[in-house]
Ligand binder design. Structure first.
Ligand SMILES: [Zn+2]
Length: 487
């Protein structure tokens, strides 16, 4: 496959070739589990999922790691202030790990509903503290990190490429852009690798023994450090390195991750290993709501259940978020959501027609090379930096061609089906939903019957079974669930 991807590191499209033949290592910055992730988060995860599916279609084995941040991510991605998970725990009056567990569960439910493929590993930050400590110790030994009363900081002046990804060079940052003034830091842009449980963080619940620095000649180092917890950036560096190695092929995230998060990841990882950290960085442009940015801190976010409550399938959202190119800023509207629902249904129905016609052997028409040409156009679009709008354009042209010119002979019909299988695998949202195969009225009778059974009203349950059967469906009870099939 000849795949071109826009690399945020070099700011241009480059041909992607994996470091090891046939295998792609890919790290996706996952969620911080202090609330249900919003659809902006999912748009970034979906971009990574689309890329992974396309690489797999091209014959690669993709080792994708997607972390879960359950400690150390401070408000506003800053070095000071509250830990997002601990703040939510204080609000809910529960242990931080209970908060993490609760929102991880919701997050995984959403990912399943959106048909996001299971990664090779889903490491939790709290499971990789030893690996983070080890990297910080290397940085201290190399004199690239230093200790203050509040924590351990990375010295950006010791990493000449700092700012290469985001364009926030050390000189620019000296002018004070997006950095905090902290007297103890050598440079305002220096960032926390580790925070001690002192001062405003004295009550931090999750804490571990701090990395042990060598005392520096200037006497800055301290061996008797208090307990502490990791900074957010070092988490991804450590988990990526532990699970995928020193150099990875692809790193994905949202555009908001570029700075400081990914800039800091590069600095830490490369300073420890002396090797390039990432070969391709891909960033998903954020989603806007009308003219404003969608963000949890602004309180204008939608979660997947908000979308479903409006009568949409999770896969309608998947289609919507993937139908816009990942480097275009999507303006979320309900009109766009509605259009996506209709467009997706059309494709699902078409695939259904293709299969039914084949099954019923109504293939006594002509031969046509349109599906073969469409396969190539679709591949060209996807290989051109995942150009999903162009790829979907190919789908609709071929669909229109089919309806205008059917019937076709069996070999041609099969080529249409092959095309359908390719787009189904790639987009992951053209599966008929289970509920779609059961009529709405039967589904509501099933729901009523489940409620009746829950309150042990078996007379009502039997009455509803008869009603369901009158509509041509048989219902069986198995392991507390209703199984339904057409009679
Ligand atoms: Zn990350």
């Amino acid at each position: 496959m000849s795949l071109n991807l826009y690399n945020s590191l070099t700011k241009r499209e480059e041909q992607f070739v994996s470091l090891v033949e046939g295998i792609v290592t890919m790290y996706t910055c996952g969620p911080t589990v202090y609330g249900r992730p919003h659809i902006g988060n999912y748009s970034s995860f979906l971009m990574a999922d689309l890329l992974r599916r396309w690489l797999e279609f091209g014959g690669y084995q993709v080792k994708q790691v997607k972390n879960i941040t359950d400690v150390g991510h401070l408000l506003h991605d800053a070095d000071h202030g509250d830990d997002k998970v601990e703040k939510e725990a204080a609000k809910e009056k529960v242990h931080p790990l209970r908060v993490a567990e609760k929102y991880t569960k919701e997050y995984l439910e959403d990912e399943a509903a959106l048909q996001i493929l299971e990664p090779f590993a889903r490491p939790r930050a709290t499971e990789y503290i030893a690996e983070m400590r080890e990297m910080i110790e290397v940085l201290l030994q190399k004199g690239i990190a230093y200790t203050t009363d509040e924590g351990i900081y990375f010295d950006v002046m010791k990493f000449p490429h700092y700012g290469a990804l985001s364009g926030n060079t050390v000189e620019n940052l000296s002018a004070g852009a997006r950095v905090e003034v902290n007297e103890a830091k050598h440079h305002p842009a220096d960032f926390a690798l580790w925070k001690f449980c002192v001062g405003p963080n004295a009550d931090h619940v999750l804490r571990w023994p701090s990395p042990s620095p060598q005392p520096s000649p200037a006497g800055r180092g301290r061996i008797d450090s208090p307990d502490g917890f990791p900074g957010w950036h070092i988490e991804c560096s450590a988990m990526s390195r532990s699970l995928l190695g020193d150099t990875i092929d692809i790193h994905t995230g949202g555009e908001d991750n570029i700075f400081p998060h990914h800039e800091c990841e590069i600095a830490q990882s490369e300073s420890v290993t002396g090797k390039p950290f990432v070969r391709f960085f891909l960033h998903k442009r954020r989603i806007d709501l009308g003219t404003t940015k969608m963000s949890k801190s602004l309180g204008n976010v939608f979660s997947l259940p908000d979308i479903v409550a409006k009568g949409y399938d999770a896969l309608d959202l998947r289609y919507y978020l993937l139908s816009v190119h990942y480097r275009t800023r999507l303006k979320f509207t309900w009109k766009g959501m509605e259009d996506s629902k209709i467009a997706r249904r059309k494709i699902v129905e078409w695939i259904d027609v293709l299969k039914r016609v084949m099954r019923e052997e109504k293939v006594t028409g002509k031969s046509d090379d349109a599906p073969t040409i469409a396969v190539q156009s679709f591949k060209d679009a996807m290989n051109s930096d995942l150009n999903t709008p162009a790829a979907l354009g190919t789908v609709f042209s071929l669909m229109n061609h089919y309806y205008a010119h059917a019937p076709f002979d069996a070999a041609t019909q099969m080529r249409f089906i092959d095309f359908a299988e390719m787009i189904r695998h790639t987009f992951g949202c053209f599966e008929p939903a289970v509920s779609e195969s059961i009529p709405v009225e039967v589904q509501s009778l099933l729901d009523a019957r489940a409620t009746a059974r829950a309150r042990k009203d078996f007379a009502e349950s039997d009455r509803l079974r008869m009603e369901i059967e009158q509509r041509g469906y048989e219902v069986r009870d198995s392991k507390g669930k209703q199984e339904v099939k057409k009679m």
